[in-house]
Design a protein around this ligand. Structure first.
Ligand code: NAD
Length: 542
């Protein structure tokens, strides 16, 4: 392979299966779900390709049925963190020396395995342990993950092809080396695709990785490692450990060979890790790369000219799909008084038909929130709004955790532009609405920009081009992903590179060339064909 300048297959977004009622594809997927649901999966850590078990077994329960055990994982300790670091560093040389085409082939094969034989298994795992319905699982653990892998291979080859110009008599080259040392991936519960992509894209660029998934996503993380193994990823390149986050971070981030952090999760955790890196900066062999995609308080602002039905639909889908547990979920809306009644009526009409329950029934649009903590958090915000003088629950507000952690899609309307649920990330199916006077459009744009510390996603709904332009300018830094007449969720790899600024992250855009750049360190090479043999320049006149 190294005797050719290879071209990688052209990346295209994976088509989303519809899982229409009665279709063969939905029957197959639900059968896989049922089979897995009835089993008790034992999940070991994987270090150096070996299954690592410990005495400490932690049970896994689906959020929608918290008394039904679907398996358990083996919890590790500091020894396993050390083993994972050591093993990764040991695997480094061989992995680094492998031609990039081999790395590309491994991850392209992983994409094809997910698109084909593993599709139902990875979707069912995501449905079971993260409580996603068939569509949410399909767009995440199948399609987005496949897209990450295929597009990143294409971006990698484009990066490698970027070469400097050369003057006469010399040849300049750029070589894109992996980072020296090992990398650390810490991933969230809410997207199987993100969880796989964070370690995978670092490995794709030639790095070795210690990966700590969220303990709420271990069930599908296990399937990811099965896929990587079958795709031919050599042992030790990605090492998956189930250890305490804080303890692991303290160990990893004080290691001299720590080279880069790829994090997705909450803002506080990321800031804590950044501080640790600062405290340890004198220990490292190189300045580490820090990439973090964190929280959001994503907005929808409507202009009086907005299309009512399109706006109501975007609010219902944008706020409630996957129970509002997408970092991009619409969680605050600013609606002008002149259209609010009609928007509310349309939302109520649409939300009446929403069904809530287990993902085993594809008719359920809403499933459970991830765990008891998430349930309690939603409950607290709803209860406080029920009693508040400046807010009221106008749609939904019910919750029930007898079987699973179910929270009904809820709308809180408030007269206070700084009401708590307009400012704080809840990460549940709760949308807060502030109704503004139509003549306060410009002031409301400022309010949207200044209300929260985050800047992840946001939408403007308007049919007036001047208003769109005003919002476009006023909200320039309010969102890393900005939507015009669309919901703020559902970014597609290769089409809307995803990430935000301010307290929402370093905005390195997952699934883009910008992100891959963070995991390489360029070396410039100059070769001179006929070197000078006398120090004297002509200007010296000697
Ligand atoms: P989380 O911060 O609780 O956990 C993320 C990861 O950090 C997990 O692996 C967890 O075990 C680990 N962790 C927890 N405490 C730690 C500590 N003290 N030290 C080191 N590691 C620690 O986040 P979550 O609940 O899994 O995910 C939800 C959050 O992620 C939300 O805030 C959401 O907005 C954010 N998110 C952001 C994006 C984005 O692209 N911006 C995407 C997905 C999720």
């Amino acid at each position: 392979m190294s005797k050719a300048i290879s071209q990688v297959p052209f990346a295209q977004n994976e088509p989303i299966k519809t899982y229409a009622p009665g279709s063969e594809e939905v029957t197959k997927l639900i059968n896989t779900y049922k089979k897995m649901y009835a089993e008790k999966l034992e999940i070991p850590m994987i270090i150096g390709g070996k299954n690592i078990t410990t005495g400490e077994k932690i049970n896994i329960y689906p959020p929608h049925d918290h008394q039904h055990q679907v398996g358990y994982y083996h919890k590790g300790g500091i020894k396993h963190v050390d083993d994972a670091i050591h093993t990764a560093l040991h695997a480094k040389k061989q992995w680094n020396e492998l031609g990039w085409e081999h790395r590309a082939a491994i991850f392209l094969k992983a994409a094809d395995l997910i698109a084909g034989p593993y599709r139902d298994r990875i979707n069912a795992a995501t449905m079971i342990a993260q409580s996603k319905n068939v569509h949410q699982a399909e767009i995440d653990s199948a399609c987005e993950l496949i897209d990450f892998l295929r597009f990143n291979v294409e971006f990698m080859s484009e990066l490698y092809a970027e070469q400097p110009v050369s003057d006469a008599g010399i040849w300049n080259r750029s070589e894109y080396r992996a980072l020296e040392g090992f990398c650390f991936a810490v991933t969230p519960f809410n997207f199987t695709a993100i969880s796989a992509n964070l370690p995978a894209c670092m490995a794709m660029m030639g790095n070795v990785v210690v990966w700590k998934p969220s303990d709420k996503q271990i069930y599908s993380a296990h399937v990811i490692m099965e896929v990587f193994k079958e795709a031919g990823l050599p042992d030790g390149v990605i090492n998956m450990i189930f250890t305490d986050g804080q303890e692991t971070a303290e160990r990893v981030l004080s290691h001299p060979d720590f080279a880069g952090l790829h994090f997705t999760g909450s803002t506080n955790v990321f800031q804590g890790m950044w501080k640790m890196i600062g405290d340890n900066i004198h220990r490292y062999k190189s300045y580490p790369r820090i990439v973090g995609e964190t929280g959001g308080k994503d907005f929808v602002i409507a202009h009086p000219s907005a299309d009512i039905q399109a706006l109501a639909t975007a609010l219902v889908r944008g706020a409630y799909e996957y129970q509002g547990q997408k970092c991009s979920a619409a969680s605050r809306a600013y609606i002008p008084k002149s259209i609010w009644y009609a928007v509310k009526e349309d939302m109520e009409k649409q939300m009446k038909s929403i069904k809530i329950g287990s993902p085993e029934d594809p008719a359920h649009f809403i499933n459970a929130v991830i765990d008891k903590n998430a349930f309690e958090k939603c409950k607290t915000y709803i209860d406080r709004a029920q009693k508040a003088e400046d807010a009221k629950v106008i749609i939904g507000g019910q919750y029930d955790d007898r079987k699973g952690y179910f929270v009904h899609p809820t709308v809180i309307e408030t007269t206070n532009p700084h009401y708590e649920s307009l400012e704080q990330e809840i990460f549940g199916p709760i949308l807060s609405v502030y109704v503004y006077e139509d003549d306060q459009w410009e002031e409301t744009l400022q309010l949207v920009d200044n209300t929260s510390p985050y800047s992840l996603t946001g939408s403007i709904f308007s049919q007036d081009r001047y208003a769109i332009n005003e919002a476009y300018k006023a909200l320039e830094n309010a969102a890393g992903n900005f939507y015009i007449n669309d919901k703020p969720t559902g970014a597609v790899v290769g089409q809307q590179p995803f990430g935000g600024g301010r307290a929402s992250g370093t905005n390195d855009k997952a699934g883009s060339k910008m992100n891959l750049l963070r995991w390489i360190s360029a070396r410039s090479i100059k070769e001179t064909f006929v070197p000078a043999k006398d120090y004297k320049y002509p200007y010296l006149g000697l």
